[in-house]
Design a binder for this molecule. Sequence first.
Ligand code: HSE
Length: 430
Amino acid sequence: MAEPIKIGLLGMGVVGTGVLENLAENQEKLTNQIGRSLTVTKAFVRPSKEKERLAEKFDLTLVYEVEEILQDSEIAIVIETMGTIEPAKAYISASLKAGKHVVTANKDLLATHGTELIELAAENQVNLYYEASVAGGIPILRTLATSFAGDNISKVLGIVNGTTNFMLTKMVQEQRTYQDTLDEATALGFAESDPTNDVDGIDAAYKMVILSKFAFGMTITMDQMTIRGIRGLSAEDVAVAGKLGYAVKLIGSAIKINDSIHTEVGPVLVPKNHPLAAVQNEYNAVFVESSGIGESMYYGPGAGGRPTGTSIVADLAAIAQEIENGTTGRPFSPYQQELKLTPKDQIINSYFFSLEMPDHSGQFLKLAEIFTKLDAGFEQVSQAKGDGEKARVVIITHPISETTYAEIQNQIQLKTKFKFISSMKVMEEK
Ligand code: HSE
């Protein structure tokens, strides 16, 4: 039997431990497929009794200086599971420069410095794989890079943040508050170290940057996207949407319009008969529309040690196979095109508006005038009693452009004293 492929682990928290458990459980199968075994020899951690116990269990050496991994010439692959930008970026860069392959789950880093790191990997003829960075346990990136190689993708819609999906599910099913559900998601370990990234849509946006690259070959930056989270979402609007036949979900969308793309994150009304509406709790799903396959959806856990660890081990196996074949150095997603963003007047959608207005005659006419002048038709209108003398009005429009949508908001503010409660995109019926 050939020598084992030696691996260094940076960080041994929930995900790092998941990797070790998966490797231990599947060592025989992996060796059978690759012809060599995969062994984590060293883990870089902060000193603790718990880490010492894990080191003994998985037969590895703990190191407290990262150089002991970066300068170990026997280590061929480095796994980074520390998260956030620094020092992960410095450690990954140093590993690539030292000729080591890198596997990471770090979406923040790939979405913001991916181009630089991918170039660094290519310069050093090594692999940089990051299947676990998007939707944890769902094997979506390799699927897009390989199984869709001969297909033309037009749309990628994702529920790619488990925390917010968990919150929205519990708020509706158990009538619980925003804060209460966020506290539970944090306690269960789904939320980021800074949950602002979850609730404000940042975490989902990082994942959409990566998905856009794999689906369309285009590298979009965070500041080129509209990013809205679920903070301040009214429980009443979620309930009204439910009565109208929709589930409110935080959706990341990347859509190809002609030869340009539009990528964004925000709360969306999803028709209850759409497969994405059935995705509950902390689960993730990525829905793809393409000319060859048609519609397909990839569903599974978006976080957690074992699921995320499984994606990391799949990357390890792929690298090990390439080491054996002498084919290392290709990017994870070789598809590359110049970025072209869709102009706002070509982005067409139906919208949900929720407003509060005085409950007396003539008020609704003001609203109808604004919409009519902008050629925006009503598809559904509903009115309920609001606070005091107020009426709560909800409108779903026929499809309008993003430019018209912005103008409607502008005109409501200029020409009325109505209180703007919320507006959201409405996904088309299946
Ligand atoms: N905070 C993330 C989520 C973890 O809730 O989906 C996985 O990236």
